[in-house]
Design a protein around this ligand. Structure first.
Ligand code: HEC
Length: 215
């Protein structure tokens, strides 16, 4: 069985190599890549995941925004940029009581937690985390963080803890594309990765004067 899956991996690698070779040869001739061929190669590679969980299916099907971002290599035209901003902003759900600030201590735990949506996380055993530290610096105490996103150290302080900034932070977490189309940051609310309470706790983490972000 092990031999069989090794063979599968080797044949996927060989197919990928062929695709790359074919692609670079084609680009030299300035020919178009046939999207059907690419789709077929990607579908073929799915043999590595013989039974993706049902719940993955919506994630494997790009929505309108993801399609535009992929086709433009995350560089949408002005009109596309405006259309994404508008569509994504319209999809944001706000807390019914109008209160955006939760508990920053819980928010810190959500920011630290990378649980959820990995293929080993089904069926889910507990709530998802936000994994914010994977891309952002958020506190001086935590030295292990990624740098795909900007440092969020002093986030609230730098914004004078303004009321309007509280809502902006919530919107950013709920749907990064509403303020930055084709952002690399996940859409935590839109894609139902985090609950509204978890997002409020993260807003508290960013916007509370006594949270580690602003200390
Ligand atoms: C996969 C990487 C990634 C993850 C995970 C991620 N972000 Fe981001 N984030 C980014 C990138 C890239 C940007 C800059 C582009 C943008 O504004 O969308 C950003 C921007 C932001 C901004 C705006 C910063 C500014 O200066 O305006 C905030 C606030 C933010 N992220 C909060 C969070 C929080 C809270 C979490 C966890 C729930 C999180 N991010 C998780 C990549 C990430």
């Amino acid at each position: 069985m092990a031999g069989e899956s090794t063979m599968k991996i080797i044949s996927i690698a060989a197919a990928a190599l062929l695709l790359v070779t074919a692609t670079s040869a084609m680009s030299q001739q300035k020919a178009k890549i046939d999207p059907a061929k690419v789709d077929a190669a990607v579908k073929g590679a799915l043999v590595a995941f013989p039974a993706p969980p049902e719940v993955w299916q919506p994630r494997l099907t790009p929505d309108e925004t993801m399609k535009v971002c992929a086709a433009s290599h995350n560089n949408p035209s002005k009109a596309q940029f405006a259309a994404i901003e508008k569509r994504e902003k319209a999809a944001i759900e706000y807390p019914a009581d109008g209160k955006f600030i939760g508990d920053w201590k819980k928010g810190e735990a959500v920011a630290q937690n990378g649980y959820g949506m990995r293929f080993t996380d089904y069926p889910p055993a507990r709530a998802n985390g936000g994994n914010c530290y994977a891309c952002h610096q958020l506190s001086k105490a935590e030295v292990s963080y990624g740098t795909i996103g900007p440092s969020l150290l002093g986030y609230g302080k730098l914004r004078d803890f303004k009321e309007a900034e509280v809502k902006t932070a919530y919107e950013k977490i709920y749907n990064s594309h509403a303020t930055f189309p084709c952002s690399l940051m996940p859409r935590f609310g839109t894609n139902k990765i985090l609950t509204m309470d978890q997002m409020k706790d993260l807003v508290a983490l960013l916007m509370s004067p006594d949270s580690p972000v602003n200390k």
